[in-house]
Design a protein around this ligand. Structure first.
Ligand code: PEP
Length: 243
């Protein structure tokens, strides 16, 4: 059975110069929209102003943990909201690792997002060592608990969860379907069992035009996050058309 894919999130990361981005957006807005699948594009902050079209939704790759004020270099959730941003990526492994972002910061970012009606897209996933030590399920549950416990009940159902095994990001190595299905089910069962929540769970990590057909056989998936393959507009179109 093909799953009902509700989200395709494009994480453009720190890529493209201004003219390239203008061209990219021109192509993107011509994509034939699917009613049931949200296409969410997350460019760098400086390019958000270019992405103002109803064919897709706008997301940011990060959000400040602070509110307006003397925080040089920060971009707040309310500023993002004023630019039409509806979603914010939070807890991406690149931010956790490179920028040493800790759970406390991630929680603050999620709270600030909610406050400005920006929906958080929360990333969880195990690293290679945790996988090899059979720690994956424990790590995933802890990452979920750390956040959900801190979010007021009535806002919890707005969370979108992304399962990204860190070892699969940008590596060209995708786990096999049974592993992804099993992890996604573990996340869904935990959310349901402990919090009575039916949250969407997306998969990210080296999804591309060649492997998406195979990944679409995973019946409990709600969507994908694509990094590398979203940078090429033709590949993005190919993936979007297949789902
Ligand atoms: C990501 O970094 O969120 C991601 C999914 O990257 P890639 O598709 O390049 O593995």
């Amino acid at each position: 059975m093909t799953p009902k894919i509700k989200y395709l999130v494009c994480n453009l990361k720190a890529n493209k110069l201004k003219e390239e981005m203008i061209e990219y957006e021109r192509e993107l807005k011509n994509i034939k929209v699917k009613e049931d699948t949200k296409l969410i594009v997350c460019p760098s902050f400086i390019y958000l102003y270019m992405f103002q079209n109803e064919n897709y939704d706008l997301g940011s790759q990060d959000v400040s943990e602070y509110t307006e004020g003397a925080h040089t270099g920060e971009i707040t959730a309310s500023q993002l909201q004023s630019m039409g941003v509806k979603y914010a990526l939070v807890g991406h492994s690149e931010r956790r690792e490179t920028f040493k972002e800790e759970e406390k910061t991630i929680i603050n970012k999620i709270k600030k997002s909610y406050h400005s009606h920006v929906k958080p897209i929360y990333f969880i996933g195990e690293n290679e060592l945790e996988k090899n030590n059979n720690q994956t399920k424990k790590v995933l549950k802890q990452q979920l608990k750390n956040i959900i416990d801190e979010v007021p009940d009535y806002k919890r159902e707005k969370l979108i969860i992304v399962y990204e095994p860190i070892w699969a990001i940008g590596s060209g190595e995708t786990p096999d379907n049974s592993l992804i299905r099993n992890r996604i089910q573990c996340i869904k069962d935990f959310n349901k069992g402990v919090y009575e929540l039916n949250l969407p769970v997306l998969y990210g990590g080296s999804v591309n035009g060649d492997n998406v057909d195979e990944l679409l056989k995973i019946d409990n998936l709600d969507g994908f996050v694509i990094g590398g393959s979203s940078h090429n507009i033709e590949e993005l179109k190919e993936i979007y058309n297949k789902i």
